[in-house]
Design a protein around this ligand. Structure first.
Ligand code: TZP
Ligand code: MG
Length: 221
């Protein structure tokens, strides 16, 4: 378990992306991802999750994917921002990432701990109250992702949207773990979500599809 306050600060504006999220732009998606990431870092994101998966990603080109992950890591570190790898412990260890994020159907936390030698920040996605409460009991989980809050086209297989009322109810559970909300989060709803107790907001399209990244990141803060 890492320092809780540092994790809370890290979650504030949590940007997630992979090459599949850059297909609407012309040119090389890997180059475009690096450009977007640089602008987002410049604007003040507090964390980046490399989540390169599914259709139109580099998941079947592991060498290129690894090279891109390394480039993202060195960019993040220039800005002193941690990089978390989605669901690929081997990649995280190989490039020296700061953390690993897993979903409910991915590798278990004990497997993650074994393979990371307890060194990395660990995040877990949760989609309902039972999963959130179970995660509270696992000391090695540093933060949880809660969502999707709203429906989103960015994840095709997402579970049902929880809605804003879910967060109001969650307030009464007095969670001990830092949490970040995800799914349909943008510059217009972020402040309400933070007022409802979220330590931070995690976004894909609000940044990858922004006309003005600096303006969006400023509002997400
Ligand atoms: N997990 C739950 S919703 C989601 C993920 C990865 C996608 C979020 O994308 P967007 O574009 O910020 O709604
Ligand atoms: Mg997963």
């Amino acid at each position: 378990m890492k320092n809780k306050q540092k994790i809370q600060q890290m979650l504030s504006v949590y940007f997630i992306a992979g090459t599949q999220d850059c297909q609407h732009l012309s040119g090389d998606p890997a180059r475009n991802l690096l450009d977007i990431l640089q602008q987002a870092l410049q604007a003040g994101i507090t964390c980046f999750q490399f989540r390169d998966k599914g259709k139109n990603s580099l998941e079947n080109q592991p060498d290129q994917q690894k090279q891109l992950a390394k480039q993202c890591l060195s960019l993040c570190h220039q800005y002193h921002v941690p990089l978390i790898i989605n669901d690929d412990v081997a990649l995280a260890m190989e490039i020296g990432a700061d953390g690993i994020h897993v979903g409910q159907s991915d590798m278990t936390i004990s497997q993650v701990l074994k393979q990371t030698e307890h060194k990395l920040i660990i995040g877990l996605s949760t989609n309902n109250l039972a999963q959130i409460l179970a995660a509270q009991q696992q000391a090695d989980i540093d933060y949880i992702g809660v969502g999707p809050i709203f429906p989103t086209p960015s994840k095709s297989d997402h579970s049902p949207a929880l809605g804003i009322e879910f967060l109001s109810r969650l307030k009464h559970e007095q969670l001990n773990k830092p949490f970040v909300v995800i799914g349909g989060v943008n510059q217009y709803n972020a402040s309400q979500l933070k007022q409802l107790g979220a330590d931070g907001v995690a976004v894909i399209s609000a940044i990858t599809q922004a006309e003005n990244i600096a303006d969006v990141v400023e509002k997400l803060k």
